[in-house]
Design a protein around this ligand. Structure first.
Ligand SMILES: *Cc1c(COP(=O)(O)O)cnc(C)c1O
Length: 426
């Protein structure tokens, strides 16, 4: 239990120290709730993966959707990391943050003609194609622009990633990718598509995966298909193994060591001389983020004791959306008797609940609480529901901090809205 290891003297509570910054002092300067990210933690994760992949011609393409703040993308750019995008909004962000187009791959089942045109014009590295219809559209758009698009087929390997149903993507009943049978036909017909060079394979089986076994299964299927294609005379220039590496949200969860993950790739792709692409999202940023919030009040219900925070589901949706566990750590200096709390936000939804019957030391209004492991799919999934402006985001780096998103003003929040004054008929 985090609250049992209290400091013996007046040194800062170790839980309050994050990338050399005392979060309690930070919360005196920046109103809660806000997200804080450790630049060092992100750099460490990047370097660990890059080192594990030595010997490969490997490129990390960070899955922008995990945390798309421009400052985070800038960190990626500085570390030589590319981007895996799923919309033209993400393309725009990645380019603006200084990630070169030649390090950008485009995934997703719903790429529109306009999005494909933008990505072709920017000159991105590769399209991860998810349907026959998309392949035809890519050919048409590339022909119009007189360019050749590089494409990979996203294989749905039909493996169970043993993760939450809402973040599993590699089973036959999921909407993502195509079967190996269908992919085989694409390669047989690939000469027909003069403006698409189909020379890549892509697989992404899901998220928050903590066992190397599902990866092994998926990589083995992709590798067998690669060997079959090579034997049939189809050169494969790149294999993209997707993302999905899990992180520690609670005690007992242990991320796959990068060395073990790399070993699974090495084993499956023995003899592969092309480009290896990876699309980690959560793994690079989740544990590098915390959400700082204060207790608004403690409410004693009939059956439950509610800890009402100033953060809500609009700031961090994962508990509401996936029943996800996040460690909740009060930043206190003294020992307190424990209580069981339902930890909730102020939003008018029963689902606005961060934790049910969580044992925490006794807390009072105004006290600071840390919600851990919020760097991925936290701010990125935020909304202004209940007209709560988007929270600030702060980057920490060895004792210093910089605001990388100011808290949204009310004017920002309603920007673009207007009374219906100019009525027209279509
Ligand atoms: C979401 C996604 C990722 C990143 O997943 P993580 O679990 O965050 O690593 C990578 N590739 C694709 C195609 C995705 O949709």
């Amino acid at each position: 239990m985090q609250h049992s290891k209290l400091p013996a003297d007046d040194s800062p509570n170790p839980d309050a120290l994050f990338d050399g910054v005392d979060l309690r002092r930070l919360a005196e300067r920046i109103p809660t709730p806000f997200h804080a990210y450790s630049a060092n933690a992100i750099r460490t994760r990047i370097a660990g993966l890059q080192q594990a992949l030595h010997g490969f011609d490997a490129l990390l393409c960070y899955a922008v959707k995990a945390n798309s703040n421009l400052a985070i993308l800038q960190l990626m750019a500085e570390a030589g990391v590319g981007a895996d995008i799923v919309s033209s909004g993400e393309l725009w962000r990645a380019l603006h943050a200084g990630i070169p187009a030649q390090r950008i791959v485009f995934s997703g089942v719903g790429k529109t003609a306009a999005e494909i045109a933008e990505a072709l014009a920017a000159g991105i590295l590769r399209f991860n194609v998810e349907s026959a219809d998309e392949l035809e559209l890519l050919q048409r758009m590339a022909a119009e622009l007189h360019v050749v698009a590089h494409a990979a087929v996203r294989i749905n390997p039909d493996v169970d990633a043993q993760t939450h149903a809402k973040i599993s993507t590699g089973k036959a009943e999921n909407k993502f990718g195509v079967s190996i049978d269908e992919a085989r036909r694409w390669f047989a017909d690939s000469a027909r598509q003069a403006n698409v060079r189909l020379d890549g394979l892509h697989v992404h089986i899901g998220s928050q995966i903590l066992s190397v076994e599902p990866f092994r299964l998926a990589f083995a299927r992709v590798a067998a298909f690669w060997r079959e294609l090579e034997a049939a005379g189809h050169a494969i220039a790149s294999i993209d193994v997707g993302g999905g590496l899990g992180v520690r949200y609670r005690d007992g969860q242990v991320p796959i060591p990068p060395g073990d993950y790399a070993a699974a790739i090495r084993e499956a792709l023995a003899g592969f001389r092309g480009r290896l692409l990876l699309e980690p999202g959560r793994y690079l940023v989740a544990e590098a983020g915390v959400l700082l919030t204060r207790v608004v009040r403690v409410k004693h219900g009939e059956r439950r004791r509610f800890l009402v925070l100033d953060a809500a589901m609009n700031d961090l949706l994962r508990p509401s959306l996936y029943d996800a566990w996040h460690d909740i750590v009060p930043l206190l200096d003294d020992a307190r008797p424990p209580h069981r709390y339902d930890v909730v936000g102020p939003v008018c939804e029963t689902g606005d609940t961060f934790a049910v019957e969580r044992e925490l030391p006794e807390l009072h209004a105004g006290e600071l609480v840390l919600i851990r492991t919020t760097g991925a799919y936290g701010a990125a999934m935020a909304s202004t529901y209940n007209s709560r402006p988007l929270a600030a985001e702060v980057l920490l780096d060895r004792g210093r901090h910089a605001i990388v998103r100011r808290r949204q003003s009310l004017e920002d929040m309603v920007a673009g809205e207007q009374p219906a004054r100019h009525w027209e008929t279509a």
